[in-house]
Design a protein around this ligand. Structure first.
Ligand code: 6R9
Length: 635
């Protein structure tokens, strides 16, 4: 029996049981059979969730790019590794073979070295979805530099915060980016961000839109001439299993975004393993994940997981609505996509449009449909299943997190019978637990609780960059000896899991995690604002949208509310990015607070969702009268 490729349900259960009985042997076998090691490990796993400290494959040496590129050169050198589909459908797609990818990554790696980047240095990548994004990620990994990709929709402030937090030495960006009919001045955003970043010594600029931009002499360099002059081979840096691979920021419920640190060997093994099984990947498949590489989904399931399996992975630069709402289905037809992996928010947006967009395209190549990012509602699930999958392609509802590195709970297509809105069963090696408020594990089925994981898996984050204390407090302190996910879940009568949503102050808008605190901080910086509170409310397309309650300072009272609303949203766009803009803004005289001064968000959430028949216990409120005032003027 192969541990690596599960082909039916019985095999899943066998493999799963084995992975629980003897996790070390299980993962050692997977690692041994399917990867290229410069030196084998001395010890498969050591762990202590109280510190927390987790080490997988200690003593092993490798380079992840040898596994993702070099070892495929012999048999797959001329196979397409990256298939780039540009924003403009009239621009040609690019097929980058493994051989070409090797050369481009090596050249890029040599440019990084010439610019003074060495093993362990942090490099911030702020690029649109163009091949240079994947190539620069791999080039960092080639020389052991730690990449930190920042989604190119983030603002200058968000970018500079991240650059400073990880003390990056270099930024890689482009002259601009295309998003549908829009062109965005990325370099301008970088210039603004760098006014606050003294540690950046060089900026590499890829040419994409050909706009006239400012180049700061001594700091900024056009990428293309450097690449042209660079040597086409680069000996990979030999890395230890636990050497850092990348930092990726994710929102917390409070304060600064958290720089999740992922390390090399365990991340590689787990993302490759889950890619193979969750997508039932076969050699000639054309796999497409619509995420941006700026998110963990893109790291694990556009770049590392697929390439480690020698797959063809599609990178799409554009948006689902350009030039029209049929674009996704055009691409599926054009490239004969076999696995399609997207987010519920995209499905809902497309389901709202004319069905002809879907039915006029030939989608018969599809074999597996995936979803990720937030709970998928029943309606969207059925639309996806009926119209995109033609009831023939299983839907894999994959639950996981930036912190988990790879997919944790998901059906295995053609093995696990699917159930709408259920992520179903844990991957091999994953041991979920549902906990009650008193910290007791709830056993048995037909129960719900807070979702924890009670045993380490290879791709879990090892720390928060520069703040191990926060790592411990956020994930390992709520429940003893367990990793706490921040999500609630239920387990049905057959043991299937359904994720019910966040139990903390993180709101998921269009699949993006947004912490309430940073948004409130941004609003509160407006000179007319005294205080604010953000909650989520259900939204047809975005899943959740943001509702802001804003208290004005006396000086702001006389101002026009519409103008103020616009300014508040501009403030958010500047500090965080347009994804965090508020759909509704209500100016209120006060906020419901507990005696200890905590805003009672529960009440604000109910008002925002127009669910005010039962507000629950308000007796602990310091100012119950304010609730009625807010309700009377709710939007
Ligand atoms: C991969 C990714 C993580 C949070 C997670 C949960 C939500 C993700 C989900 C899901 C229900 C799914 N989430 N997938 N909820 N069903 N299939 O999205 O990482 O951006 O860190 O978000 O997203 O709440 O805790 P990240």
């Amino acid at each position: 029996m192969s541990n690596y490729h599960i082909k039916h349900l019985e095999e899943y259960y066998q493999v799963y049981r084995k992975s629980l009985r003897d996790p070390e042997t299980f993962w050692a076998e997977v690692a041994e059979e399917h990867f290229m090691w410069r030196k084998k490990w001395d010890n498969v796993l050591s762990w202590d969730f109280t510190k927390p400290e987790i080490k997988w494959f200690e003593g092993a040496q490798l380079n992840i790019t040898e596994n993702c590129i070099d070892r495929h050169l012999r048999n797959r050198g001329h196979k397409t590794a990256i298939l780039f589909e540009p924003n403009d459908p009239n621009e040609d797609a690019q097929h980058i073979t493994y051989k070409q990818l090797h050369e481009r990554v090596c050249k890029f790696a040599n440019v990084l070295k010439e610019q003074g980047i060495a093993k362990g240095d942090r490099v911030c990548i702020y690029l649109p979805m163009i091949p240079e994004l994947a190539i620069s990620v791999l080039a960092c990994a080639r020389i052991g530099a730690v990449h930190s990709v920042v989604f190119a929709g983030f603002s200058a402030t968000a970018l500079s915060t991240r650059i400073n937090d990880c003390e990056a030495k270099m930024v890689i960006t482009s002259d601009g980016s295309y998003r549908g009919a829009k062109t965005i001045d990325l370099k301008g955003i970088v210039d603004e961000a760098l006014e606050d970043c003294s540690g950046i010594s060089s900026v590499l600029v890829a040419k994409r839109v050909g706009s006239d931009i400012q180049m700061k002499s001594g700091r900024d360099h056009w990428l293309e001439p450097l690449l042209e002059a660079a040597y086409k081979d680069c000996v990979p840096e030999i890395m230890d299993a636990e050497d850092p691979l990348f930092i990726l920021y994710t929102s917390g419920s409070t304060g600064m975004p958290k720089g999740m640190l992922h390390t090399t060997a365990g991340y590689m093994v787990y993302t490759a393993y889950t890619f193979k099984n969750v997508f039932q990947y076969r050699e000639d498949d054309i796999y497409w994940c619509t995420a941006d590489i700026g998110w963990i989904t893109g790291h694990s399931y556009i770049v590392y997981g697929p390439l480690a399996n020698g797959a063809t992975t599609v990178m799409f630069e554009g948006v689902p609505s350009y030039p029209d709402f049929g674009r996704f289905w055009d691409i599926v037809q054009k490239h004969k996509i076999t696995q399609f992996y997207t987010a519920p928010t995209a499905i809902r947006a497309l389901a709202k449009e004319n069905l002809d967009y879907v039915t006029n395209r030939d989608l018969s190549s599809l074999k597996v449909l995936g979803t990720v990012g937030e709970p998928i509602n029943e309606e969207a699930w059925h639309w996806y299943n009926d119209h995109v999958g033609d009831k023939k392609s299983p839907i894999v509802d994959t639950w996981w997190q930036t912190e988990t590195g790879g997919i944790m709970i998901s059906p295995i297509p053609y093995s696990t019978p699917t159930k709408p809105t259920y992520a179903t069963l844990p991957m091999p090696g994953i041991q979920p637990a549902l906990m009650d408020e008193n910290g007791i594990e709830i056993k048995g089925n037909q129960v719900d609780g807070r979702l924890c994981i009670k045993f380490p898996w290879p791709s879990m984050a090892r720390t928060i960059w520069g703040n191990h204390k926060r790592f411990k407090e956020t994930y390992f302190s709520a429940f003893e000896n367990k990793y706490f996910t921040g999500d609630g879940a239920l387990r049905d009568e057959v043991g299937y899991y359904r994720i019910t949503g966040r139990v903390d102050d993180v709101i998921i808008v269009s699949g993006h995690n947004l912490g309430t605190a940073p948004i409130e901080d941004a609003i509160n910086e407006h000179p007319a604002v005294a205080e604010s509170a953000i909650v989520g409310f259900p939204h047809d397309i975005k899943g959740n949208a943001l509702y802001g309650y804003v208290i004005l300072k006396e000086t702001g009272e006389s101002r026009d509310r519409d103008n103020l609303s616009k300014e508040v949203n501009q403030q958010i766009t500047d500090k965080i990015g347009p994804i965090a803009k508020l759909d509704k803004i209500q100016f209120v005289p006060g906020l419901p607070k507990t005696r200890s001064g905590k805003i009672m968000r529960r009440i604000l959430r109910k008002i925002a969702s127009k669910d005010t028949s039962n507000l629950g216990d308000t007796s602990t409120l310091l100012n119950p009268e304010v609730v009625k005032e807010i309700m009377d003027k709710a939007l």
